[in-house]
Design a protein around this ligand. Sequence first.
Ligand SMILES: CC(C)(COP(=O)(O)OP(=O)(O)OC[C@H]1O[C@@H](n2cnc3c(N)ncnc32)[C@H](O)[C@@H]1OP(=O)(O)O)[C@@H](O)C(=O)NCCC(=O)NCCS
Length: 216
Amino acid sequence: MEITLKKLHIIGTGGLAKELIGYIEAETERRYIIVGCWGDEEFNNPMFSNFYKGTIKEFKKNYNQDESIIVAIASNKIRKSIIEEELGQLDATFESYIHPSCEINPFCEIGVGCLLAPQVILAADCKVGNHTFLNTECVIGHDSVVGDFNCLFPKVEICGECIIEESCTFGIGSLVLPGIKMREGSKLDAMSVLRETISESAMFVGNPAKAVKIFN
Ligand SMILES: CC(C)(COP(=O)(O)OP(=O)(O)OC[C@H]1O[C@@H](n2cnc3c(N)ncnc32)[C@H](O)[C@@H]1OP(=O)(O)O)[C@@H](O)C(=O)NCCC(=O)NCCS
């Protein structure tokens, strides 16, 4: 039986876009064909130059709605502004890429435009919003809700029954203990352990993680 590959555009030409290209090209059972990568700068390594097709402005002129898009840019702020402002009028179809090695409980929800790198685990009844990036070996515990536009670097664990609002960033190896709520735009430093709910949006550092800077 002939398998139809999904046509995918990648917005971004940095490290995350390179990672995504590698995941897709290494799949033994191909699911995607990369139509092009788009961004204002070319890749910094000619190895990827065949994938580069032009600027986001040029992408908008060439886009067909039967093709899917992932914005593979780790910065929540930049990712959000590209999706909401630059691509806002496009009526775009966003794809969530889930690496074949991920363990996704059948009773969980994943939004659109997400990128789940190898060996991510999603436990029962958790929810991941739109355009959220879970890097390698991240774990989202049961009944947790991770909102839109979040970025989890490798090996982050959000334990069960947490609520992570929009646009939070988690450094490598950081941990959020069960039942904690994190406000929109918060950041948790690498290897830090958040053990209590703080009502403000803040930068948290250490174990136990403390708010070192409250955001407006
Ligand atoms: C979570 C993380 C990504 C946030 O980094 P960031 O977005 O650059 O955040 P910043 O360092 O700008 O810190 C945010 C604010 O808190 C302040 N801050 C950070 N650490 C602080 C400290 N120890 N004491 C006081 N203030 C501090 C900063 O000055 C900044 O303030 P500003 O907004 O007024 O400029 C970073 O802490 C981290 O963990 N980096 C590791 C990334 C990683 O895992 N990479 C692996 C990729 S594979």
